[in-house]
Design a protein around this ligand. Structure first.
Ligand SMILES: *[C@@H]1O[C@H](CO)[C@@H](O)[C@H](O)[C@H]1NC(C)=O
Ligand SMILES: *[C@@H]1O[C@H](CO)[C@@H](O)[C@H](O)[C@H]1NC(C)=O
Ligand SMILES: *[C@@H]1O[C@H](CO)[C@@H](O)[C@H](O)[C@H]1NC(C)=O
Ligand SMILES: *[C@@H]1O[C@H](CO)[C@@H](O)[C@H](O)[C@H]1NC(C)=O
Ligand SMILES: *[C@@H]1O[C@H](CO)[C@@H](O)[C@H](O)[C@H]1NC(C)=O
Ligand SMILES: *[C@@H]1O[C@H](CO)[C@@H](O)[C@H](O)[C@H]1NC(C)=O
Ligand SMILES: *[C@@H]1O[C@H](CO)[C@@H](O)[C@H](O)[C@H]1NC(C)=O
Ligand SMILES: *[C@@H]1O[C@H](CO)[C@@H](O)[C@H](O)[C@H]1NC(C)=O
Ligand SMILES: *[C@@H]1O[C@H](CO)[C@@H](O)[C@H](O)[C@H]1NC(C)=O
Ligand SMILES: *[C@@H]1O[C@H](CO)[C@@H](O)[C@H](O)[C@H]1NC(C)=O
Ligand SMILES: *[C@@H]1O[C@H](CO)[C@@H](O)[C@H](O)[C@H]1NC(C)=O
Ligand SMILES: *[C@@H]1O[C@H](CO)[C@@H](O)[C@H](O)[C@H]1NC(C)=O
Length: 452
């Protein structure tokens, strides 16, 4: 029986019972009256003769210490444990299927929840179970899994699960390692705040709609080929990221604030549909794992202390570029060349190393610009380097002139970059609308000449 069939039959059965109709295949003793709550073991023992139980079972109250649902194999409805303030242990070890949800919430003393035979459930929600350290299932099919604020250290509950819609583990402060057999995630896979020593292994995962990992110590996704929407690694203590089978990300790809990160291998990644953001990964000096990346649908942002950036295949960026490093060794010349050839489109382009900076702002409405030398004291990102120079170039309908860059503006998000004059009003406009290719290249030639 699949989830939908079970759901439909549960609803039919529930309706039939509500009507007082005895034609249902389930005896009425095996149907749960709406709004009834089990508060002691005898309430649960009433169902021990029911292979199939229909209805929503809720367990609550302050009388039950150890609870067990014996005999029931199939629950056509939901099982909820809510505000069972004294419950320390719950077992339902014959239960194989739950058609709706398994919902455990606010059972502050609960330490063990055992569902040894549970194969199929639609939704698992476990919230505010601060003492729960043992949760067991034999799950093969589930749609939604959400686990928050437990004391689980390892989860032996999802080892056979191959596909889900969403999977979210957060605030499980003791979570150590998690190994998953998931092959696909139709919606989102999210990890956050699970303690800073958690290692997650998703080596069978081939695709997911989106993935966000935060506060993870180690992550492995060796089979991941495609992320339909976004992929983000934020604020982790991961030192190396192996995404060697990843070919495309449909939305944005972010690697931000991972202070231990020294390497990413995404050597098959060819396209990113949204933004491509590598920022604030303090130790990520050699950004070399992206040498097949060819197209970026949004903006490309690479900010940090990098000395090397290998984007050898990059040929099309639609949303502008921001490249900023404190290292003086990094050369902007190939990126500038790509931009001058139209490979990086969008309304702003900034490339800055510890020594120089190029900002290009493309706009239509501007009559005159001043030309002056850079004032480096304003540049926060180069303040550690007394010899750094910063220049900005504005393309206007009349002329291209140099002006002093206000780095405090150009160090923010790319939508604000390079706006060192009154052209900021027109920054939403696309380059191609006003700049004939020839004059743009000419302007960039002047930029290059001025800098080199
Ligand atoms: C539970 O669901 C599985 C898969 O749909 C099915 O094979 C099995 O017979 C069901 N078990 C019970 C007790 O209904
Ligand atoms: C249950 O999962 C298995 C793989 O683990 C899959 O083949 C099967 O189609 C799933 N069944 C349902 C009802 O989703
Ligand atoms: C029970 O269901 C049958 C057929 O589904 C229907 O004919 C009958 O009227 C129902 N009885 C009650 C009491 O609803
Ligand atoms: C069980 O709860 C679900 C939603 O929470 C509801 O749709 C369904 O009708 C309930 N079933 C019964 C038998 O009360
Ligand atoms: C939880 O149960 C206690 C009694 O055990 C009761 O006083 C309290 O109001 C309940 N809280 C909720 C949110 O139901
Ligand atoms: C996670 O992996 C690291 C080594 O990479 C190890 O030192 C640490 O103990 C692991 N954490 C757990 C909870 O197993
Ligand atoms: C991990 O968290 C603990 C306590 O929450 C803290 O003492 C420790 O410094 C953290 N380690 C890292 C590497 O952040
Ligand atoms: C996942 O992707 C969808 C678009 O497919 C988006 O609407 C949703 O907000 C994303 N969720 C997360 C957590 O990123
Ligand atoms: C990576 O992809 C290739 C080709 O698609 C496949 O043969 C290989 O098994 C994959 N590697 C892993 C670790 O999944
Ligand atoms: C995501 O991509 C996979 C693999 O190409 C595809 O099977 C799936 O239908 C896509 N999912 C969505 C929500 O677009
Ligand atoms: C990087 O860090 C700086 C300074 O803390 C911050 O302003 C900026 O927003 C960060 N960038 C990203 C992409 O998080
Ligand atoms: C560059 O490295 C220094 C020290 O190594 C660190 O303080 C700074 O935050 C880093 N900057 C970025 C943008 O990662």
């Amino acid at each position: 029986m699949n989830i939908k069939t079970a759901l439909v039959s549960a609803m039919l059965a529930a309706v039939a019972i509500a009507d007082g109709n005895s034609t249902s295949s389930v005896p009425s003793s095996c149907s749960i009256k709406a709004k009834s709550t089990a508060t002691q073991q005898s309430d649960l023992d009433k169902y021990s003769g029911c292979e199939t139980l229909v209805g929503n079972l809720t367990i609550s109250g302050d009388q039950l210490n150890q609870g067990a649902l014996n005999g029931v194999q199939n629950l056509e409805g939901s099982l909820t444990i809510f505000n069972a303030t004294t419950l320390t242990q719950f077992n339902a070890d014959q239960l194989q299927n739950i058609s709706h949800s398994l919902n455990l919430q606010q059972a502050t003393q609960l330490q063990t929840a055992s569902f040894n035979a549970l194969q199929q459930v639609d939704t698992i929600e476990m919230i505010a179970l601060p003492n729960l350290n043992n949760f067991v299932t034999n799950l093969k099919n589930a749609s939604v899994i959400y686990i928050s604020d437990t004391s689980l250290q390892t989860v032996h509950a999802f080892e056979e699960l191959q596909q889900v819609k969403s999977f979210n583990l957060n605030n499980n402060k003791l979570l150590g390692s998690l190994e998953s057999a998931l092959k696909s995630v139709e919606d989102s896979l999210e990890f956050s705040a699970n303690g800073n020593n958690s290692n997650v292994t998703f080596d069978h995962l081939q695709w997911a709609n989106n993935i966000t990992l935060r506060d993870v110590h180690r992550a492995s996704f060796v089979s991941l080929e495609k992320v339909n929407a976004s992929l983000g690694f934020i604020n982790n203590s991961i030192d190396a990221l192996n995404l060697s089978n990843l070919t495309s990300v449909g939305g944005s790809f972010s690697v931000v604030s991972n202070n231990q990160l020294t390497g990413v291998n995404a050597s098959e990644l060819k396209s990113v549909g949204g933004g491509f953001i590598i920022a604030n990964n303090t130790r990520f000096k050699k950004i070399e794992g992206f040498h097949k990346l060819a197209t970026v649908g949004g903006a490309i942002t690479v900010v940090g202390n990098f000395t090397d950036l290998d984007l050898a295949s990059l040929k099309s960026v639609k949303g502008g570029g921001q490249f900023e490093t404190n290292s003086g060794n990094f050369s902007c010349s190939s990126l500038k060349k790509l931009q001058s050839q139209g490979g990086i489109q969008g309304d702003s382009f900034v490339c800055k190393n510890g020594a120089t900076s190029t900002s290009i702002k493309l706009s239509s409405k501007s009559s005159s610009k001043k030309s002056s030398s850079g004032d480096n004291s304003k540049s926060s990102s180069s303040s550690g380097n007394g010899s750094s120079k910063s220049s900005s170039f504005t393309r206007s309908s009349d002329a291209v002139k140099t002006a002093s860059a206000d780095a405090s503006k150009s160090s923010g998000s790319s939508s604000k970059t390079a706006s060192n004059d009154d052209n900021s009003k027109s920054k939403g406009m696309a380059a191609a609308q006003f700049a004939p290719v020839g004059s743009l290249i000419g302007a960039l030639g002047a930029v290059a000449a001025a800098l080199l």
